[in-house]
Design a protein around this ligand. Structure first.
Ligand SMILES: C[C@H](O)[C@H](O)[C@H]1CNC2=NC(N)=NC(=O)C2=N1
Length: 100
């Protein structure tokens, strides 16, 4: 069962997530979502990354909302099932950073 994270949970999880990646490229919390824009060298690099993440999304049963134009992918993560953020958003965000 997926649970909605509390404000305190979110603050802690966001700090942990952002500590593990480039300081100038953090996830930003906007309301009930986590957002980040990933920039690649080419469209094919962007799409290759999206393909890897798609496989993880199926495995985690958690799916990104994303918008791709050429070499950029704007990602928004949220958990509709709980009307907020859950651990699944943070797990998927971590995978996105890892494969980037
Ligand atoms: C039944 C199934 O677990 C749900 O529909 C899942 C699938 N993928 C999902 N993905 C996202 N991002 N949020 C959800 O609430 C969600 N729910």
């Amino acid at each position: 069962m997926t649970e909605k994270l509390t404000e305190q949970d979110i603050a802690t999880a966001l700090q942990t997530l952002n500590n593990a990646t480039a300081p100038d490229h953090p996830w930003v919390r906007k309301g009930d979502t986590l957002q980040k824009t990933f920039t690649f060298k080419s469209f094919i690099r962007a799409f290759g990354w999206m393909s890897q993440i798609a496989i993880w999304a199926e495995k985690l049963n958690h799916h990104p909302q994303w918008y791709n134009v050429y070499n950029k992918v704007e990602v928004t993560l949220t958990t509709h099932d709980v009307n907020g953020l859950s651990e699944r958003d943070f797990s998927l965000a971590e995978k996105m950073d890892k494969f980037y």
